[in-house]
Design a protein around this ligand. Structure first.
Ligand SMILES: NC(=O)c1ccc[n+]([C@@H]2O[C@H](COP(=O)([O-])OP(=O)(O)OC[C@H]3O[C@@H](n4cnc5c(N)ncnc54)[C@H](OP(=O)(O)O)[C@@H]3O)[C@@H](O)[C@H]2O)c1
Length: 258
């Protein structure tokens, strides 16, 4: 792999598991100094990434994290807002309380907004930087039965990311969105297991049902985290120097719209 990110400092939120961990590996292989954040320190003691603990749904912890990064590493060149997800129950509209909606918005939109707000001034000063928001295919293809609040929060993230690119691309900062479909992570496995348990169906059946709710997956399988990380690796590299304001849907062909 070309070491095209040597000298760059990259922050990947939620970089200890799943897609975020694969992105951290990919950017590290390309030569970046990689900082990962999560609430829990990863078990692997030999991890080569710098780890900072923070719950990014809490504003004070975000501020503390950014101060620690500024003190230890100076400014960030690449920010991947990967952390996100949902703890809301399935069951459609009626199953969601105010607290579920608030939590989905905090996890998938407001946490990213807060970090961008803290990091962008440094990028503006340097007139360079790349921000990636990891969204979801559900941001453009709602799956109301089980992911209502999450899908709405990701749709808001898409809109926010686009508007950020309009405002900051003229200042030298590229902003892009990556929207995966189903990705085979531990969290996805746990989600499928819980769906199987509540519906009394097999894991294979709920997996097929979830694929069907997306309109099927023409490539016939979930993505691997590394397949999402490869796109992010390209987008943050100098090779993507003319790319900003886009939302790349990486869903194996599910989304039916152009
Ligand atoms: N997996 C999929 O199929 C899929 C599909 C479409 C989009 N996505 C999106 O891709 C992104 C990554 O998903 P994933 O499935 O790879 O996630 P994951 O495996 O569940 O990992 C989530 C990461 O975020 C951290 N995290 C969770 N809550 C946090 C909080 N409140 N504060 C700080 N860190 C927190 C986790 O560590 P701790 O638990 O230790 O905090 C972990 O490092 C998310 O934005 C998700 O919406 C995923």
């Amino acid at each position: 792999m070309e070491k095209e990110l040597i000298g760059k400092v990259a922050l990947i939120t939620g970089g200890t598991k799943g897609i975020g961990r694969a992105i951290a590996e990919r950017l590290s292989e390309a030569g970046a100094l990689v900082i990962v954040t999560a609430r829990t320190r990863p078990i692997e003691t030999h991890t080569k990434h710098h780890f900072i603990a923070a719950d990014l749904t809490i504003a004070a912890q975000t501020d503390k994290m950014v101060n620690e990064i500024n003190e230890k590493f100076g400014s960030i060149d690449i920010l991947v807002n990967n952390m996100g997800g949902s703890t809301s129950p399935s069951g459609g509209f009626g199953a969601l309380t105010d607290a579920h909606w608030e939590n989905d918005l905090q996890l998938n939109l407001q946490s990213a907004v807060r970090i961008d707000r803290a990091i962008l001034p440094q990028m503006v000063e340097k007139k360079s930087g790349v921000i990636i928001h990891i969204s979801s295919v559900t941001g453009t293809l709602p799956v109301y039965q089980s992911l209502g609040g999450y899908a709405v929060a990701k749709a808001a993230l898409n809109n926010y990311s686009k508007s950020l690119s309009k405002e900051f691309s003229p200042k030298g900062i590229r902003v892009a969105t990556v929207s995966p479909g189903m990705v085979k992570t531990d969290t996805m496995d746990a989600y499928l297991q819980s769906l199987a348990k509540t519906s009394d169906l097999s894991i294979e059946q709920v997996t097929l049902d979830l694929m069907d709710s997306l309109g099927g997956i023409p490539l016939g399988r979930m993505a691997l985290p590394q397949e999402i990380a490869e796109l992010v690796g390209f987008l943050v590299s100098p090779k993507a120097s003319y790319i900003t304001g886009v939302n790349y849907i990486v869903d194996g062909g599910s989304n039916p719209s152009l």
